[in-house]
Design a protein around this ligand. Structure first.
Ligand code: SF4
Ligand code: SF4
Length: 307
């Protein structure tokens, strides 16, 4: 079922029974017009291969649930009614979803581009913003005949004596205060998430990874003492023999470029880092006896120009 984990947990707390894998087919009414039940059909698939919302149902597997109230969830489908009349040249890939060129976000109608859900299916808001910008570049090219090119400039700024709050590496998430389930059931329109206190908000904000900051290792200074790996709270650093890496497709050329040909790989070591587990705590940089690790703020700037 496409729902956030927190929605499922809160539903469980309120005693809501979930029936996964079914989609509504028909609302049944009595002769007096009142709702009597909903007919569901078995859902075989929710998303297509491109992660677009495209459910497929089995019409031979039906189940009717008696009820007197139906709550409709909204917001799943784009509204293309503005294309009528006159939008026949916007061909549809399937009902309600135009054919879209993935590279340019152009539809089949000249000069008509799409962004957001129409461009890529249901995704995050930030994806919609990115596709809006991509569509704007395509519109510019369509109107002027000139392309917009980008160049990414990466800068590193060394942060001297960088360190995080005391105990940062073991700070747990501050649970968001919510209305108790029994109160939610008594007052369905009450606000469920009550928000943090000032103290809770400050503490939760202090867990921010500040992921623009990264430990950067200087291989020329490192004496391979292993101190950084010992102190790392997430165990994302590991000292390994260099020949472990040299044999791999990804690192072979890099190792050769660093050591030169003819080096005795089995006698040397390297530090490997699992970037996804690094919490930017700086403990490795503080521990390093050879000043081989600097905490650096890495920034990317995209410069645009029309060609
Ligand atoms: S910054 Fe912290 S988590 Fe990241 S490698 Fe260093 S010690 Fe490990
Ligand atoms: S603590 Fe410094 S010198 Fe020791 S292994 Fe890590 S980077 Fe190298």
């Amino acid at each position: 079922m496409p729902a956030d984990t927190i929605e499922i947990l809160e539903g469980d707390e309120e005693g809501i029974e979930r029936r996964n894998g079914w989609g509504p087919l028909e609302i049944q009414r009595g002769t007096d017009g009142r709702v009597q039940g909903v007919v569901f059909r078995r859902c075989l698939r929710v998303y297509d291969e491109q992660r677009r919302f495209a459910p497929i149902f089995d019409d031979s597997a039906l189940e009717t649930i008696p009820c007197d109230t139906v709550l409709l969830a909204v917001g799943q489908a784009p509204d293309l009614s503005f294309l009528d009349p006159g939008g026949e040249d916007v061909e549809m890939a399937r009902p309600g979803w135009p054919k879209v060129n993935r590279a340019t976000l152009a539809t089949t109608a000249s000069g008509v581009f799409v962004a957001g859900d129409l461009a890529h299916g249901t995704r995050l808001l930030i994806d919609a913003v990115a596709s809006g910008k991509a569509a704007a570049r395509s519109v510019f090219e369509h109107i002027t005949g000139r392309r917009i090119c980008s160049e990414i400039v990466e800068t590193h700024r060394v942060l001297e004596r960088y360190q995080r709050e005391r105990g940062y590496e073991s700070l747990g998430r501050v649970p968001l205060p919510v209305l108790p389930p029994e109160m939610r059931l008594k007052a369905p329109d009450a606000v469920v998430e009550l928000g943090y206190t000032e103290e809770g908000a400050v503490r939760e904000a202090s867990r921010c990874l500040d992921c623009g900051v990264s430990p950067v290792f200087d291989g020329a200074r490192c004496v391979l003492c292993g101190g950084c790996a010992d102190v790392c709270p997430t165990q994302c650093l590991k000292l390994v023999p260099l020949d472990w890496l040299a044999g791999g497709q990804d690192f072979g050329f890099a190792v050769q470029g660093f050591t030169g040909s003819g080096a005795e790989l089995s006698e040397d070591s390297a530090i490997v880092k699992d970037e996804q587990r690094c919490i930017r705590c700086a403990l490795c940089a503080i521990r390093c006896p050879a000043d081989a690790i600097t905490m650096e703020r890495v920034e990317f700037q995209t410069n645009w120009r029309s060609a």
